[in-house]
Design a protein around this ligand. Structure first.
Ligand code: FES
Length: 107
């Protein structure tokens, strides 16, 4: 994993414990409390979704929750902005295609 450990502005020692999350059914290691998008980048994953009409890949753009380029399906809920959503142990994250699909339980 590639991470910034020491930063001149951010506080030191704020990193959470290592947890496992699943991206497209593959386990990856993340730090508890970090944003999902940061965990993905640290693991070399740069495509969060594909556009609805032209099926073009999208990844992080604004990184502050405004553009929705980073949306993914998280625990069966589509359209989650991964740049402003914190990692939790065992999360299941799926690369979103188009508008996403709600699970049967959520309908
Ligand atoms: S990258 Fe823009 S909302 Fe997440």
């Amino acid at each position: 994993m590639n991470r910034i450990v020491n930063h001149p502005i951010l506080e030191e020692g704020k990193q959470g414990k290592e947890v496992q999350i699943f991206v497209d059914d593959k386990p990856i290691t993340a730090m508890e409390g970090e944003m999902i998008a940061a965990a993905l980048i640290a693991n070399g994953i740069h495509i969060n979704r594909y556009t609805a009409h032209e099926h073009k890949p999208r990844g992080i753009y604004c990184a502050i929750g405004r553009c929705t380029d980073c949306i993914m399906t998280v625990n069966d809920v589509p359209n989650i902005r991964t740049c402003v959503t914190k990692v939790e142990e065992g999360m299941r994250i799926t690369t979103q295609k188009g508008m996403g699909v709600w699970s049967e339980e959520e309908r």
